[in-house]
Design a protein around this ligand. Structure first.
Ligand code: GLA
Length: 377
């Protein structure tokens, strides 16, 4: 009866994969701030800062190295890091010693987007290399894969790496990055993806953030859930071109979307108000809610929008967003967010209870600003 232990093994490894990213991944990624300037020293310092700033205590755990770490392959084809990362295993050990996890980046093509070595025809070998280093997260970016594959091959190409990660024996979160092509939300989870980018790259400007967050996620909520998330891209909070009001809106919108929260700023030198935005536990709790429902717009009037996100235990997160260029008096109707009667209201940015409120909530919302509520029975 040899089939019994074998079935058990297969079942155990399938369960392992499903246990990953049960809430949207939280951490940091090097690209938005450092781009090609990232190196091992910076990554270590970011890991230190993640702990000392309170980000780790707030739930941020992945320290993710994006593109430009890759060196050449050795005679056996094993991918080596370049001179910026002399000892990947040592770096992973260091990050783990802080109680954090470490992520890395590659492409299914021969080259990454920045022109470094990709995983083409080395998928299983690379997955084994990363597992041996102690890597916990892979962002896998289409890039030059378009020169060797047809677009319709994407689901199979991503599944190849998804399977290789599972076979590596190490639980590795699998992040698909192909900018939302071919409706990735319809097949990303079946390819082993725990999250998938839904759009092109975010930029550190209000218009880019707002277009991606408010306009491009509509209708995708049905595809998100524990273990598999839509990814509207990494956060630009603290990178300088959005003010504090806009950063709060960015954070609120990503939380309403149950989006991965991957900070993209320099954690070693962030201003206190940026730290307060990134570590607001009440907002993070809405993002990380165990029900895993992605929020959506329930009403729109001019440049103002009300969004709702159902939460565990019957609570609802309600966000009043003003995209316009002057302050507006806004109303969120309980009927529009699936509630009626009187409800307890908590303002999660003011950290203030607003009492038991009947039928609707009214607030003045500043230009590009938000009022965000947790509404309870
Ligand atoms: C693409 C991705 C970005 C980043 C760069 C790195 O543009 O979408 O997030 O990873 O590649 O080259």
């Amino acid at each position: 009866m040899t089939w019994r232990p074998l079935t058990g093994l297969i079942f155990a490894s399938a369960c392992l994969a499903q246990q990953l990213a049960l809430t949207p991944p939280m951490g940091w990624n090097s690209w938005n701030k450092f781009a090609e300037k990232v190196d091992a020293k910076a990554v270590k310092e970011i890991a230190d800062a993640m702990v000392s700033s309170g980000m780790k205590d707030a739930g941020y755990v992945y320290v993710n190295i994006d593109d430009t770490w890759e060196g050449k392959r050795d005679a056996q084809g094993v991918l080596q890091p370049n001179e910026k990362f002399p000892d990947m295993k040592g770096l992973a050990d260091y990050v783990h010693s802080k109680g954090l996890k470490i992520g890395i980046y590659s492409s299914p093509g021969p080259q990454t987007c920045a022109g470094f070595e990709g995983s083409y025809q080395h998928e299983e070998q690379d997955a084994r290399t990363w597992a041996a280093w102690g890597i916990d997260y892979l962002k896998y970016d289409w890039c030059s894969a378009k020169t060797v594959y047809k677009e319709e091959e994407m689901p199979a190409v991503y599944k190849k790496m998804g399977d290789a990660l599972k076979a590596s024996g190490r639980p590795i979160v699998f992040s698909l990055c192909q900018y939302g092509l071919r409706k990735v939300w319809e097949w990303g989870a079946a390819s082993g993806g725990n999250l998938w980018r839904t759009t092109g790259d975010i930029e550190d400007v209000w218009k880019s953030m707002a277009t991606i967050g408010f306009d491009k996620q509509t209708g995708l909520e049905q595809y998100a859930g524990p273990g598999h998330w839509n990814d509207p891209d990494m956060l630009e909070i603290g990178n300088g071109n959005m003010d504090e009001v806009e950063c709060k809106t960015h954070m609120s919108l990503w939380a309403m979307l149950a989006a991965p929260l991957l900070s993209g700023n320099d954690l070693r030198s962030m201003a206190d108000e940026i730290k307060q935005v990134l570590t607001n536990r009440e907002v993070i709790a809405i993002d990380q809610d165990k029900l895993g429902k992605q929020g959506f717009r329930v009403s729109k009037e001019g440049r103002t929008e009300v969004w709702a996100k159902p939460l565990e235990g019957g609570d609802v997160a309600v966000a009043l967003f003003n995209r316009g260029d002057k302050a507006e008096l806004m109303i969120a109707k309980w009927g529009d967010v699936g509630l009626n009667g009187k409800h307890v209201v908590r303002d999660v940015w003011a950290h203030a209870d607003r009492g038991k409120i009947k039928d609707l909530f009214e607030a003045e919302v500043s230009s590009h600003g938000v009022v965000m509520l947790r509404v309870s029975k």
